[in-house]
Design a binder for this molecule. Structure first.
Ligand SMILES: [Zn+2]
Ligand SMILES: [Zn+2]
Length: 416
């Protein structure tokens, strides 16, 4: 990512960090690599992620390690190592960082990609599912997305999924040769994977596949309808999608995805779900959780397609320009003073003439130029030029600062 791209990432990052703060999620940073076994146990031995996409290698100490293919398992590992399971619940965490999956690189899908995610541990309350979904909806609407579709499903729990898996196994047997080899092979280990097989013939064969709806146990059914009721109360429209299972084995009950249908193409921008068995799978106690993750590159691509990205960052800050070399000491004081009070500020170090400095300020996308020195601006006086309106004023330094702080709020970092 080069500087010309960075401001686009900042749009996303600022929106995410701002929401994490207002929803009261706290940051966790985990290592980029973990014991490979952690992902095998949590994401699932039979998932595409672990089987085909995970970077896995033996280090010099003979340990089998993996570059993290997703963010949740590492968070759970750290959480357990530091006794968070014994603290008052719920625990609300967020993360942001690179993930790694070996796949054919294509636009919006790199082998090193960035994910942002939140996790809410310790409660099965449907309100916590709704909070995570609402967060995701707020995140996308804050970025300017207007017509995303929210797809929702319940993937059941340990007590009701086996009966659905049996129904799927029966279905796979009936379809026989119509399904790809992989799907037939998975019939015993993990028949749910048939639902997200990308092979065309499998997609076609899915038209009369049994749905999980009829197999949900009373608890899962009640949980799912409570989630739906709260979503309606929150005026979040959704579509029940019985084929939505998500690619990771650890999901239970709620699964959701936000789909962009721009220009007819369907594109998942992110989603999540409940994972009530994950903490246990990672060696901890039985502790429920729900979360979501979104991919930065994929969202940026969608924002670009939908015209939601500004072509350039908005002009901001102050360029301190010199009318003559004698004023350099004064200009330096002004420069550092502006920085100290929170402005993005810059000056010329290449001995350029005034005209060239104005060009430099323009190129650097500065909103204001403060011209220091020269006969008409003796002593304390200086000229403040608004590069957007073209307006220009002769002011004392104090008045200039007052004008600047009024015209433009001081730059505050949104990050904690
Ligand atoms: Zn159930
Ligand atoms: Zn298949």
């Amino acid at each position: 990512m080069l500087p010309t791209e960075a401001y686009k990432w900042h749009c996303l990052e600022e929106q995410f960090f701002k929401l994490c703060r207002s929803y009261n999620f706290q940051e966790i940073r985990t290592p980029i690599f973990e014991d490979a076994e952690l992902f095998v146990r949590s994401v699932g031995e039979d998932s595409d992620v672990v089987k085909k996409e995970m970077y896995r290698f033996v280090d010099k100490g003979g340990r089998e390690v993996a570059l993290r293919p997703e963010g949740t398992a590492g968070g759970v590992r750290a959480f357990l190592e530091h006794g968070y399971q014994n603290m008052p619940q719920p625990i609300k965490l967020y993360y942001y960082g690179p993930m790694f999956r070996y796949d054919r690189p294509q636009s919006g899908r790199q082998r090193q990609f960035y994910q942002m995610g939140i996790e809410l541990f310790g409660t099965q309350d449907p309100l916590s599912d709704v909070e995570v979904i609402k967060f995701t909806a707020n995140f996308f609407s804050g970025l300017g997305f207007e017509n995303l579709e929210l797809r929702l499903n319940s993937v059941g729990c340990q007590s009701c999924r086996p009966s659905y898996q049996e129904a799927l196994q029966g279905f796979i047997r009936d379809k026989g040769e119509l399904l790809c080899r992989e799907c037939r092979k998975r019939s015993h280990s993990n028949p749910l994977r048939v639902l997200d097989c990308k092979v065309e013939t499998c997609r076609e064969a899915l038209t009369d596949i049994p749905y999980i709806d009829q197999h949900l146990c009373p608890d899962c059914r009640a949980h799912y309808s409570a989630v739906q009721e709260h979503l309606v109360q929150q005026e979040l429209s959704f579509q029940h999608d019985p084929l939505l299972v998500r690619g990771l084995d650890y999901y239970t009950r709620t699964a959701f995805e936000f789909i962009s249908t721009h220009l007819g193409a369907q594109n998942s921008l992110g989603g999540g779900g409940r994972y009530d068995d994950l903490v246990e799978l990672c060696g901890g106690p039985s502790l429920p959780g729900v979360g979501m993750a979104v991919g930065v590159e994929r969202i940026l691509l969608a924002m670009e397609k939908e015209g939601l990205l500004p072509e350039e960052p908005a002009p901001s800050g102050v360029f301190v320009a010199l009318r003559n070399k004698e004023a350099v000491g004064w200009a330096q004081r002004v420069l550092y003073d502006l920085r100290k009070i929170g402005f993005r500020a810059e000056m010329d170090y290449m001995e350029r003439g005034l005209k060239a400095q104005m060009k430099q300020a323009n190129r650097g996308r500065f909103r204001f130029v403060l011209i220091v020195g020269g006969e008409e601006a003796l002593g304390d006086g200086m000229v403040l030029r608004d590069m957007v309106s073209g307006e220009q004023k002769e002011l004392s330094y104090e008045d200039a600062v007052q004008h600047l702080t009024g015209a433009q709020p001081m730059v505050r970092r949104e990050r904690q």
